[in-house]
Design a protein around this ligand. Sequence first.
Ligand code: IPM
Ligand code: MG
Length: 366
Amino acid sequence: MLAKAINPEKSKRMFTIVSLPGDGIGPEVVASAVQVIDVLEEKHGLEISIEEHLFGGASYDVHGEMLTDETLAACKNCDSVLLGAVGGPKWENLPHEKKPEAALLKIRKELGLFANFRPAKVYGALVDASSLKPEILSGTDFMVIRELTGGIYFGQPRGYDDNKGWNTMVYEKYEVERIARLGFETAMKRKKRLVSIDKANVLECSQFWRNMVHEVHKDFPEVEVTDMYVDNAAMQIVRDPKQFDVIVTKNLFGDILSDISGMITGSLGMLPSASIGSEHALYEPIHGSAPDIAGQNKANPIATIASVAMMFEHSFSMQHIADEIYRAIEKVLESGMRTADIANAGDRIVSTTEITDAVTASLKTS
Ligand code: IPM
Ligand code: MG
């Protein structure tokens, strides 16, 4: 199903990446990721070409559009897209359809990226950076799979006038089937436990979702599936995050729950994501463009570097390189290095470039 998004020939060693640094801290964290890719390319004898394009406000300022046809075409013609972050106060007051967020939704839809993987995994060295107690948190390791190209984000009709505002939550059978299937397949590779999150007690669309998930379950009898209402799920994630292995949910619920899941692991600055379809794939940190610290060499590049690990895993079928990246990140954290967002009182705070250099140094010697 994920034919082209996943390296079909395991022996393939040449890859093309389109990078979209975007706005705010995007260019800084993408530069870190590119530095990591360069080291891995050399170390493993790969040939990776990276073509940079403008996206978001950076593109709007030059072309009057957040996403040009040319950039979109480039994204469709490469093996994998690496995105930094988009948006900032400068472009906040544009009309809805011109906002950076609209460009992000367009790229997801146009590339058919229907599945968004957001891991919630705690790095041992960062257990103290979380707002949860260490004993509740430590050992947490689950994957949120969010449906990304359907639901209320895209449903018609939508709009607002002086008297009302409206959106439509709608899911087609094929949309639920394919995301549910991916959820079960992911669970099969992990602990074989899937929690499907909906609001079937109130929303017909959610009852349909639930029915479809159970239809697909028939093909995966080994997986234990549980249905959970979204409000309860929000509570359970902070009460006992270790109970989860794989979560599959709708677009809007996944947006909300992945922020909660992300935050309990310490900092949004740590969390990568992969958006995958049957033809294309895009990798990006979960955090935003953080305009307040942009250009100051303060941003945490780890989420973007970990997004590169997800790229090697999902798009290039090179799990061993992904593992190398995760190990390098762990080693650097264990050495005590911290960017400001993950520092506790008394920690030595380092810059974006310092922590990136430490990761690449570790990769070179591992
Ligand atoms: C995310 C973001 C986006 C979303 C916004 C920026 C459109 O919050 O990727 O989670 O809501 O999907
Ligand atoms: Mg979000």
